[in-house]
Ligand binder design. Structure first.
Ligand code: FAQ
Length: 312
């Protein structure tokens, strides 16, 4: 029988009982979750920008409606995740302020430009594909609100991945120019997608502790390998190539070997020096300023309702 709050906490983790907002938790566990969940929320919100860039230029009305729905889904994911962060005792305002000031991180992947329509396919197939592998693991994370948010997110992400693959499949069966556009998008998004899983396990600062607390259940490298094994098969259906001369099936490991990731590029992007970091933050700052009247109106409305209730 557990004696003190810490023992009780560890016993729950051991017994696969979710930790809930009112439960006692170590301060470092709370801080790790705030860091990870808020970074995840920011990624969803910043992640709307590269695709938002193509809503007005989607090739058909149907494609436009699908893309619009997908980008709206990302906004919803951001909101579930900001709400999950709030259950840990930090305000939405301070979390968003950390993003806008450049203090908080978000996924490196969203600092690359979307140059052609094929990029919408590559993002859905590769970026959502990588995100799902990570988020399926997070459906079983030890903190209840984060696990439940991920369950909802994953349902929508699987539609996102399929719609991306379908865009590329259509292009891959099209004209020479469309096929070249498809291959070019795969070439540009492949390596940044592999970087989404984070640094190598040997360089990952948080993995050991997060695994002990069952926040993470598979390592960065394990998830990356699963992604390579999945995509290396799916790319054959597209009749396209992954841009890695070292990609090769390893019969002994029953997995694909693959080439070395450019970690210098990864850290450069994480530190704010990727192709679109500045542009992404500026777009969010502008949206925040332009949306000030909505927040003011919502507050004024809430105040009015409160006064009405008081008067009644
Ligand atoms: N980019 O010790 P670790 C999506 C940082 S959602 C930037 O291994 P950890 C949906 C890391 O924060 C995609 N920074 O860290 C969508 C840490 O820095 P810190 C986002 C990165 O937390 C699709 C440092 O490096 N998904 O795509 C990255 O144990 C399409 C050391 O790393 C999530 O956020 C990176 N790629 O493992 C939307 C999932 N990788 O905080 C629109 C939740 C690492 O010490 C369109 N997050 N760093 O300053 C996670 O699962 C984990 O946080 C990892 C990193 C696996 C990302």
């Amino acid at each position: 029988m557990a004696q003190n709050p810490e023992e009780l906490f560890l016993e729950k983790i051991e017994d696969e009982i979710k930790i809930e907002p009112r439960d006692w938790m170590p301060e470092a566990y709370r801080k790790t979750l705030i860091r990870q969940i808020s970074q995840h929320a920011h990624s969803e919100i910043i992640g709307m920008l590269p695709e938002g860039n193509w809503i007005t230029r989607a090739p058909t009305l149907k494609r436009k409606a699908i893309l619009l729905a997908k980008v709206q889904d990302e906004a919803g994911h951001g909101l579930y995740l900001y709400a999950a962060t709030e259950t840990l005792g930090v305000s939405r305002e301070s979390t968003v302020a950390d993003l806008l000031s450049g203090k908080a991180k978000y996924s490196s992947i969203f600092n690359y430009p979307t140059l052609t329509w094929a990029d919408m396919g590559a993002i859905g197939w590769l970026v959502d594909g990588a995100a799902i592998l990570n988020q399926v693991m997070l459906c079983r994370t030890s903190y209840g609100p984060y696990a439940r948010a991920n369950i909802r997110i994953c349902k929508e992400e699987s539609f996102h991945q399929r719609q991306g693959f379908e865009i590329l499949l259509t292009l891959s069966r099209g004209t020479e120019i469309q096929r070249a556009m498809c291959q070019d998008a795969i070439n540009r998004w492949w390596w940044p997608s592999l970087m989404m899983f984070g640094p190598k396990d040997s360089e990952s600062t948080h993995s050991d502790q997060s695994t002990k607390w069952k926040i993470k259940r598979q390592s960065n490298d394990e998830l990356r390998q699963r992604f390579v094994d999945m995509i290396a098969e799916q790319v054959k259906v597209l009749n396209m190539q992954l841009p890695d001369p070292d990609l090769k099936w390893n019969e002994e490991r029953r997995s694909y070997d693959f080439g070395e990731i450019n970690w210098e590029e990864f850290w450069n992007v994480v530190k704010g020096n990727g192709p679109c970091n500045k542009e992404r933050l500026e777009a969010r700052r502008k949206a925040h300023t332009d949306g000030a009247w909505v927040r003011d109106a919502a507050l004024a409305h809430a105040e009015k309702q409160k006064n009405k209730q008081r008067a009644a």
